[in-house]
Design a protein around this ligand. Structure first.
Ligand code: PLP
Length: 386
């Protein structure tokens, strides 16, 4: 058994990140400035988008994206029940209705057929979530969006570096929202970016992230001094500080090596888990590349011998941390009370949730760490009384 506790996720921060943050602190400019601009340019360039707008979080990214895509009170926005609560909360905050569509039983991504069944005359947008880093079925989602005139806003919190038919997620032409929370593929402590190809919308995102203030009128008004601004709509305070962006600039240079490492570890897990009965891994679709944000598996209790909750506890007792992604939205009391969702509404998401557990996965992990997790799972299965 492992002597030291293997955490579920650890951010990879080295001296390079620390130095860049210290440089920023000493520069005299702490809030949104050159570093934030460089960071968003790096992301946009990497994913193949024309613009990147940095924000305080992935949640802020999605909230402002819904606004610039014209989502208003009373509109319906379709998303998956199998996501983090943030995805639906931002829809609710706009007075719009989060309409859920069940997932594909093999990829655990939103099922385009379920989206089609959920579309009404009030549907304004769809938010596909690239679960675990595997891109959603974007071809069918885009076809549906064209047919019903829906805006597509991608929740790519898991998908920085993921590819779909040779193109990076973020470069497919939709507003795409990334998150840099500490567990994500790169981190800024807290932060987010929207990538897009629409200059007008990028400008509006920049205005909304800072109180709705615009300096566009300045040239008209004054010859000197930069004190003048105009407010044409009430914005928010969702900008990313240069201190946070400094982390991101260094992390971006490491993203490719981080993701290669994640892929190597995921392949090792998949290969070894294939020999354990009752543990199922995610099916990968052809022509995609996953960014392997997490490594989720499902436990089939009858075959494996114990259920997910027991497995989590037994792994913890063997010094291995895990997490669960996600508790389906329609099982949350708030969403049940507010939107009338109930148990049984999305059977595929519920079935997957009942067995799902995410195993440790982060770039600093070693192949030996993966083997320790596998040995622990084998040991647990062997110790179940027949
Ligand atoms: C992490 C995550 C978010 C939230 O991002 P924040 O930066 O924490 O606001 C949203 N959606 C999904 C699917 C996530 O995993």
């Amino acid at each position: 058994m492992r002597k030291t506790y293997l955490k579920f996720s650890i951010p990879s921060i080295t001296q390079a990140e620390i130095q860049e943050v210290v440089k920023t602190l000493k520069s005299g400019w702490l809030t949104t400035g050159k570093k934030a601009q460089l960071f968003e340019e790096k992301i946009a360039h990497y994913v193949g988008a024309e613009h990147g707008v940095s924000l305080a979080s992935g949640t802020a990214a999605r909230f402002l994206s819904l606004i610039v895509e014209g989502v208003q009170a009373g509109d319906e926005v379709i998303t998956t029940p199998f996501t983090f609560i943030s995805t639906a909360n931002v829809i609710h905050h706009l007075g719009a209705v989060p309409v859920l569509a069940d997932i594909d039983p093999e990829t655990w991504n939103i099922d385009p057929e379920c989206i089609a069944a959920a579309v009404t005359s009030k549907t304004r947008a769809v938010i596909p979530v690239h679960y675990s880093g595997q891109p959603c079925d974007m071809k069918n989602i885009k076809t549906l969006a064209r047919k019903h005139k829906l805006r597509v806003i991608e929740d790519a919190a898991h998908a920085l570096g993921a590819e779909y038919y040779g193109k990076k997620i973020g470069g497919l032409g939709n507003l795409t929202c990334f998150s840099f929370f500490p567990t994500k593929n790169i981190t800024t402590g807290e932060g987010g970016v929207v990538t897009l190809n629409d200059e007008r919308k990028a400008k509006r995102l920049r205005r909304l992230r800072l109180h709705g203030m615009s300096k566009d009128g300045w040239k008209r008004y004054a010859q000197e001094g930069s004190w003048y601004y105009e407010v044409h709509e009430a914005g928010y305070k969702y900008n990313l500080s240069d201190i946070n962006a400094a982390l991101g600039i260094v992390q971006m240079d490491k993203l490719e090596s981080f993701n290669r490492r994640r892929t190597r570890l995921a392949e090792r897990y998949a290969q070894k888990l294939a020999r354990i009965s009752g543990i199922k891994t995610l099916t990968l679709r052809p022509k995609i590349k996953s960014s392997w944000h997490i490594f989720p598996v499902t436990v089939e209790a009858e075959t494996f011998g114990i259920d997910r909750n027991r497995l989590v506890k037994e792994l913890w007792e063997r010094n291995i941390g895990t997490s669960v992604h996600f508790i389906p939205l329609h099982l949350q009391p708030f969403y049940q009370k507010t939107y009338g969702y109930k148990k049984g509404d999305f059977p595929v998401a519920e079935k997957v949730f009942s067995g799902v557990v995410s195993l440790p996965l982060f770039p600093k992990m070693t192949l030996k760490d993966v083997d320790d997790v596998i040995s622990a799972i084998q040991d647990i299965q062997e110790s179940i009384p027949k």
